[in-house]
Design a protein around this ligand. Structure first.
Ligand code: ADP
Ligand code: ZN
Ligand code: ZN
Length: 831
């Protein structure tokens, strides 16, 4: 057994209660650092990247420590504030710190045995530049395409494999493989350039022209077009893309290839970036605020003298973003960092470009659609901002949910835009954190201020302003004296009665879209379900096809001509006859975005119609492309789910419609009313932004529903007051905290028994605060049965104490050994 003088407590990126203690071998003693990574063995064979939390001299009592295998960093990759933040998340959301670490670090920073690596398809590695071991791995990858770290360690030397992979990752020779092949396909633009020979020797053109004139007319066209497009000889030449050149010359790619072979042109690929890279030379100080914006900014300043958090409640287009930019400028001028959170889907080039105009290369964008290398790049540049001596650090991060985990050294301001958005909450896997709430804690850790912004704040945040916890700043005017759109509610039933519905569209809506088309204006049609028909049903016996793995009905997708489960992806064909009664009267019921798109194309055959939902935006750039197309007026009608409601700003959208408001409002969830209001108000905000008053058409059966009336009147406060009454009465947030406890197992009987036993134990400790167990809305997912227990805690009780007690009950529950294989999933503040 090896004897160690020093030990390191490390965190492993695994759902285990850590930390674990490893011995530091003498040769590594000077290189192991806190906050740096090391490679360790865990379990029988697996190796992992672990993070050093502490170095000390106390050997662990219960086990003989294993040695640290190798050291990866000579500088910390996380800081002390982050470690405190992780600890808080683990405690608050009741999960392991290792799980938080797992969510926090980009996977390229936590290589493990099962990580897979590939050659970087866009790198031109010269094998001669590699050392022996690098070359061996490189050649293995040439033959095998992808390989697991564990396998690589068998081929090479186990002890040193991860440091080797780390270096090759950093040099861009290899990449982490991420399954989704789309992710590492960096979008590139192909440029055509003159070879040096032609660039430097203009006299060479004459003989070229002569020979092409005779033998290759098409190639001559290409050269001539190039000279025009590149403004050759003007002293300020411009880059020429391959597509522009081919289009302009009308030549075929073969003609261009011929010229490449003749050594006239060379082809280069360049990575396409988000927004402008160039430094702007503009300061946000240059933004001219309107009087009401000016007042808003003063109120924010004033509020920050007393409070740390401001809720900025501003109608759509009131200029919230302009105020954020002013505040950002102040903070970076002080030398501090800014975190600006947006919901994933709202993070588009539109907003990036807007911010880059003022902050240029000081902005880092952090997005889940980025590949691992890009994520590591942002990580490192944020880390460097804390070290002061680097030339291009990021001191502003614009990011989605997971950006809260970046290594900020000194945050001065945290902005959470669209703070009401439920996608800030991570559902699965743990940590099931809420990025808004966590970001507020992060701000607190840094002594930073925070702005939560929304046109439709969450009931919780608005309530906090009433309680005096947050300051409230309101912006009630839209920029440029734009009016809020006119909202018209159409009664679907009465339209049907008078036979005026065409498919899912009322006559009012059809006329409105028609007139938009005539005026070359755009329309957005919102339907909150994707697919074609939501269910198939037998008219004779009411049979409906359901998923064989989940307790849900299957949705018909026409493009695939398949029934699909939206929970597990199971697909099957439409049966020819009803399997239950053998009848032939299977009918399609309910409609999703795909059907809306098709029906619209029948009614408006000439219109350019596109659809934006999860099905059409799976690949990396698909979402951005639809947005670009809408911006460039290449789309007349956009059909979509929630995605179309998020923070976009289009000048030419005059018409917005919600096809069926009822199915949102009647959703069985205590937040359904609030959500419906937010969705309807947000989607309405997409209309009529610049020149002209927009029009919103809400189709519904229950047109008298209060929430529809509140949307029509743009009356957030009434919605809020009304919801508050309900929430108090039925014991929901903001008066109570919720913890949802799910019991999960393959056997339904076991789930029932285990859930009953757990609920019984919980009721002994917490009494009537425990509700259930009940079947959740979907009681079986991927062949696992689920039961849920709801724990409601009064706001004035200490939730920390309650969580400690809850953890103890769960521990005792497992100690009985009866329920070993049953899984318990805890969701604190479920959305
Ligand atoms: P919000 O974030 O509240 O929806 P935005 O900040 O996006 O509003 O503003 C809406 C539009 O109005 C944007 O196109 C923005 O550029 C413009 N705008 C708002 N305030 C100003 C201002 N003070 N000066 C110039 N343009 C402004
Ligand atoms: Zn039937
Ligand atoms: Zn399923």
């Amino acid at each position: 057994m090896e004897i160690f003088s020093h030990f390191a407590d490390v965190l492993l990126p695994l759902p285990v209660s850590g930390p674990y203690t490893y011995g530091i071998p003498l040769p590594l003693l000077t290189s192991v650092i806190t906050g740096g990574r090391v490679v360790v063995q865990f379990g029988k064979r697996k190796i992992y990247t672990a993070l050093v939390l502490k170095i000390h001299k106390i050997p662990p009592g219960e086990y003989a420590p294993k040695p640290i295998i190798s050291v990866l960093d000579d500088q910390p990759i996380v800081n002390e504030k982050q470690l405190r933040f992780w600890k808080w998340i683990a405690e608050y959301y009741m999960c392991h710190e290792g799980e938080v670490m797992n969510a926090a670090l980009p996977s390229a920073l936590k290589l493990a045995s099962e990580s897979r690596i590939i050659l970087n398809p866009v790198s031109e590695t010269d094998p001669a530049s590699l050392n022996e071991r690098e070359l061996l791995l490189f050649e293995t990858l040439l033959n095998r395409k992808r390989i697991e770290v564990a396998e690589a360690s068998r081929i090479l030397d186990q002890q040193k494999i991860i440091p080797l992979i780390k270096t090759m990752l950093e040099k861009g020779i290899i990449l982490m493989d991420e399954e989704l092949s789309d992710k590492y396909k960096v979008k590139t633009v192909t440029f055509v350039e003159l070879t040096d020979d032609y660039q430097q020797n203009e006299i060479k053109f004459k003989p070229l022209f002569d020979s092409l004139e005779k033998k290759a007319k098409k190639q001559l066209d290409v050269v001539m077009s190039f000279l025009v497009l590149s403004k050759f000889g003007s002293g300020a030449t411009e880059p020429v893309t391959k597509s522009a050149l081919l289009k302009n010359s009308g030549a075929s790619p073969a003609a261009l290839d011929g010229l490449v072979k003749k050594n006239v042109f060379r082809i280069t690929e360049q990575k396409q970036d988000w927004g402008e890279k160039n430094d702007p030379g503009l300061s946000a100080g240059a933004i001219q605020l309107t009087t009401s914006q000016e007042t808003g900014l003063e109120q924010i300043h004033k509020a920050f003298e007393e409070k740390d958090i401001v809720l900025l409640h501003g109608v759509t287009s009131s200029g919230k973003t302009e105020l954020y930019m002013k505040c950002i400028q102040e903070v970076i001028d002080r030398g501090q960092q800014v975190l600006f959170l947006l919901p994933e889907i709202a993070l588009t080039t539109q907003i990036v470009t807007r911010l880059k105009k003022y902050f240029g290369s000081r902005i880092g964008v952090y997005h889940s659609r980025f590949n691992e290398n890009e994520r590591v790049e942002v990580w490192n540049k944020v880390l460097k901002a804390g070290r002061n001596n680097e030339n291009q650090p990021f001191d502003i991060v614009l990011g989605a949910r997971s950006a809260i985990f970046l290594p900020f050294a000194d945050l001065g301001l945290v902005i959470v835009d669209e703070e009401h958005d439920s996608s800030y909450k991570q559902y699965d896997p743990a940590p099931r954190y809420h990025a808004r709430d966590s970001a507020l804690y992060l701000a607190h850790l840094h002594g930073a201020k925070a702005i939560l912004g929304s046109a439709t704040p969450s009931v919780e945040s608005y309530f906090n302003t009433r309680q005096g916890k947050y300051a409230l700043v309101e912006l009630n005017e839209r920029y440029g004296n734009m009016e809020l759109p006119e909202v018209e509610v159409v009664d679907i039933r009465s339209e049907m009665h008078r036979k005026k519905m065409q498919s899912h569209f009322s006559s009012v809506l059809i006329r409105q879209i028609e007139s938009a088309l005539e005026n070359h204006e755009q329309s957005i049609i919102f339907q909150n379900r994707r697919g074609f028909s939501l269910r198939l049903e037998c008219d004779a016996c009411n049979w409906m096809p359901s998923c064989k793995n989940c307790d849900v009905t299957l949705v018909y997708h026409k493009a695939k001509d398949m029934l699909i489960c939206h929970y597990c992806g199971y697909t099957t064909q439409i049966p020819a006859i009803c399997p239950s009664c053998r009848g032939t009267s299977l009918k399609m019921k309910g409609f999703g975005t795909e059907k809306v798109e098709e029906d619209l194309s029948i009614i408006f055959p000439k219109a350019r119609i596109e659809r934006m939902d999860m099905d059409t935006t799976r690949s990396r750039f698909a979402h951005q492309k639809i947005i670009d197309d809408l911006e460039q007026n290449r789309i007349d009608i956009l059909v979509g789910t929630q995605m179309v409601t998020k923070g976009l700003d289009f000048e030419n959208v005059s018409t917005v419609s919600i096809l069926n408001a009822d199915n949102m409002i009647t959703f069985p969830d205590f937040r359904a009313t609030e959500r419906s209001y937010q969705l309807m108000a947000q989607v309405s905000g997409r209309s009529g932004r610049k020149n002209k008053r927009g029009k919103v058409i809400i189709q519904a059966y229950n047109t008298k529903h209060p929430v529809i009336q509140q949307v029509v009147k743009n009356d957030y406060k009434s919605m809020f007051e009304w919801q508050l009454l309900d929430r108090r009465k039925f014991k929901y947030p903001p008066f109570y905290r919720l913890i949802q406890i799910r019991v999960k197992h393959k056997d339904q009987k076991i789930v029932n028994l285990a859930a009953a036993d757990l609920a019984r134990r919980l009721k002994i400790v917490f009494g009537v605060r425990i509700l259930g167990p009940e079947y959740p809305l979907v009681s079986r997912i991927m062949n696992y049965y689920l039961k849920q227990i709801l724990f409601k805690i009064e706001k004035d009780l200490s939730s920390t104490q309650m969580k400690t007690k809850l953890a103890k009950v769960i521990e005792e529950f497992y100690q009985t050994k009866l329920w070993g294989p049953v899984r318990i999933i805890i969701d604190v503040d479920p959305q």
